[in-house]
Write a protein that binds this ligand. Structure first.
Ligand code: PLP
Ligand code: TYF
Length: 394
């Protein structure tokens, strides 16, 4: 029976990590997988997370199960972090999940139960896992235009044209901030127009929030999510703690469902707990507990925010440095978008053969669509990247 299985396509992002590792050249640059790295090339455990872990090791007296939807304390801190007071808290159902990916999967399972015929609309392009996860949950997908490859910016009028054609009850998947893979984001007034359109069409927004704090700041990066949740009768949010708490392998995320009223909240909460139970019984607790401890302690929270802000501003500095170096080398402003984009990624706009040349001739690894992880750079390596980009005629 098992021999009837088909070989699976490799994950193009994760494949790069192995290619890079096996490259024997002494000077090489990994701009592939979206993991934050400091100037020394490390992905450290954040200070506040380490302190919480020490405290937890001392104080934890039991590792018995939590509840099916996870710890209510985690729900509360995450609801506050993501939604602030944008909506009445009695309307919000929540479940801890296995990372942001688990949150997406549980959210889409919930959609499948509520609206089995719904189509999920994703941006063109989007994170490569979105469409396969939608399919795995038994839902159809379609794309709305998003990225203007010529200008490396959002083609907002095309996006609005496509979203106007979405059927009532369909789902629109939006990146809450720091669009992956392009780095191009909507302005707040544009988000207001999207929210208005969603209420007009009766579509359900599903917001993927994987990089809160990596763009313009913790509050700023939540503004679009809050605006949409305040405008629409119901909103699904899949939030990840992997990046902003640096706890990737702990697999910590949450699905937040903003429901029309407190009565609906109870039923949705029951469905989220049931979906967790059917998928993995109880969600993992360790990362969620660390996040809860950090957010509940004023001292740990302040230290976490300071370190997150350092991470954010270091990536912004690298963006500006790269844009400046490229202006100097090419004598043109065509790379100015790098300083305008936000988050870990920018899509450079290089052709596949140019991406291959960067790798083969310069040891620079980026995803085939020319997505670069900005955090893979350091002030010392930016000049070499700029030189290589210019040398490849990009
Ligand atoms: N959504 C997007 C857009 C991402 O880039 C990621 C990447 O890590 C995720 C979701 C999932 O994150 P997690 O590692 O928490 O599952
Ligand atoms: O886009 C990225 O690089 C991150 C990490 O299958 C990632 O979101 C990459 C591939 C993957 C899961 C996570």
């Amino acid at each position: 029976i098992l021999s009837h299985l088909h070989p699976q396509p490799e994950d193009q992002i994760l494949k790069l990590t192995a290619l890079f590792r096996d490259d024997p050249r002494p000077v090489k640059l990994d701009l592939g997988v979206g993991v934050y790295r400091n100037a020394a090339g490390q992905t450290p455990v954040m200070r506040a997370v380490k302190a919480a872990e020490k405290q937890l090791w001392q104080d934890e007296t039991s590792k018995s199960y939590t509840s099916l939807a996870g710890d209510p304390g985690f729900h509360k801190v995450m609801r506050d972090l993501v939604l602030g007071d944008a909506v009445d808290h009695t309307r919000v159902a929540a479940a801890a999940t296995v990372g942001g990916t688990g949150a997406l999967s549980i959210a889409l399972d919930l959609v499948k139960r509520a609206a089995p015929g719904a189509t999920v609309w994703v941006s063109d392009p989007t994170w490569p896992n979105h469409v396969p996860i939608i399919g795995k949950c038994g839902l159809a997908s379609n794309v709305y235009r998003y990225f203007d490859a010529e200008n490396r910016a959002v083609n907002f009028s095309a996006m609005m044209e496509d979203l106007a054609r979405v059927a009532p009850g369909d789902v629109v998947l939006l990146h809450g901030c720091c669009h992956n893979p392009t780095g191009a984001n909507l302005t707040l007034p544009e988000w207001q127009e999207v929210a208005r359109l969603l209420t007009q069409t009766g579509a359900l927004p599903l917001i993927d929030l994987a990089y809160q704090g990596f763009g313009d700041g913790l509050e700023e990066d939540a503004a679009a999510t809050r605006l949409v949740a305040a405008a629409c009768p119901d909103t699904l949010i899949a939030a990840s703690c992997s990046k902003n708490f640096g706890i990737y392998r702990e697999r910590t995320g949450i699905v937040l469902a903003v429901t029309p009223d407190a009565a609906a909240q109870g039923v949705v909460q029951g469905n989220l707990a049931a979906l967790n139970r059917l998928t993995y019984s109880f969600p993992p607790d360790h990362g969620a507990r660390l996040v809860t401890m950090v957010l509940e302690s004023p001292a740990l929270r302040a230290d976490w925010q300071a370190e997150l802000e350092d991470i954010r501003t270091s990536m912004l500095g690298l963006r500006r440095q790269l844009a400046d170096e490229l202006r100097a080398r090419t004598g043109s402003d065509r790379f100015g978008f790098l300083a305008q984009h936000r988050g870990m990624f920018s899509r450079l706009g290089a052709k596949p053969e140019q991406v291959a040349r960067l790798r083969d001739e310069h040891g620079i690894y980026m995803v085939g669509d020319s997505r670069m992880n900005i955090a893979g750079l350091s002030p010392a390596t930016v000049p070499a990247l700029a030189t290589a980009i210019a040398a490849c005629g990009i």
